[in-house]
Design a protein around this ligand. Structure first.
Ligand SMILES: Nc1nc2c(ncn2[C@@H]2O[C@H](COP(=O)(O)OP(=O)(O)OP(=O)(O)O)[C@@H](O)[C@H]2O)c(=O)[nH]1
Length: 232
């Protein structure tokens, strides 16, 4: 579960350095051929967007299948959760970073953009300002992230199954794939992350020689499920 408290007094290594490739190698305790997982250096997905749009709630819903109303104070620094998604019989391991939406943490978040394979950019469909700020978020993403980063725009906090914009309408406004979600009810949450995993897996298969898309053998027991960092 994403952690919002101050857990470490030091600045942690960048996400790519946090991964431990050795932890994914077969050992004598796993003599049978493991399944495949894409990404020894994990496929990193970052949740960004204004404070309060529901990034942490979305991640908790995806990871634990539950919604805890009003239980999170604003994220401090950044936290991560590892989640394995199966796409076409291939395991894709996503390391999902939950960032603080508050302006004062923006420089911290930028440091993580460079290594991101995918960015989920959230706004709150009940907050016009969070929607209007999407343009500024995209400008930052284009400035700090790799040019081939996968971007998906998510309009969070839909009520029931009543979606406000169709996928094509949302996509045409900002020229990025779009989906509406509810961290509360779970609508489209799994679908959104799976769509990202699918696209990343597709790229990994297309570019098998790219270091960032290395295919490694998959071992069920992973070292760290989640963690957090702070910068004070
Ligand atoms: N009704 C409804 N409320 C939601 C939904 N998602 C999040 N919330 C609420 O919105 C508030 C903010 O959610 P958070 O997940 O903390 O938002 P955040 O984007 O992580 O905020 P920061 O950490 O400040 O960047 C909380 O009170 C949540 O309970 C949703 O899908 N529907």
């Amino acid at each position: 579960m994403p952690c919002r408290s101050i857990c470490q007094a030091h600045v942690p290594a960048a996400p790519a350095h946090a991964a431990d490739p050795g932890s994914m190698k077969p050992t004598e305790h796993h003599p049978q051929r493991p399944e495949l997982v894409i990404g020894c250096v994990l496929l990193q997905t970052i949740l960004v967007g204004d404070s309060g749009v529901g990034k942490t709630s979305l991640l908790v819903q995806f990871d634990q299948g539950k919604f805890i109303p009003g239980s999170f104070s604003a994220t401090v620094g950044i936290g991560f959760t590892n989640k394995v998604v199966t796409v076409d019989n291939v395991k894709v391991k996503l390391q999902i970073w939950d960032t603080a939406g508050q302006e004062r943490f923006r420089s911290v978040t930028h440091a993580y953009y460079r290594d991101a394979h995918a960015l989920l950019l959230l706004y709150d469909i009940t907050s016009k300002s969070s929607f209007d700020n999407i343009r500024a978020w995209l400008t930052e993403i284009h400035e700090y992230a790799q040019s081939d980063v996968v971007i998906m725009l998510l309009g969070n906090k839909v009520r029931g199954k009543c979606l406000r914009r169709t996928r094509s309408e949302g996509a045409s406004e900002y020229s990025v794939p779009f989906m509406e979600t509810s961290a509360k009810t779970g609508v489209n949450v799994e679908l959104a992350f799976t769509a990202v995993a699918k696209e990343l897996k597709h790229r990994a298969v297309q570019h098998p020689n790219e270091p960032k898309f290395q295919i490694h053998e998959y071992i069920e027991a992973q070292k760290e499920k989640s963690g957090c960092c702070s910068y004070f």
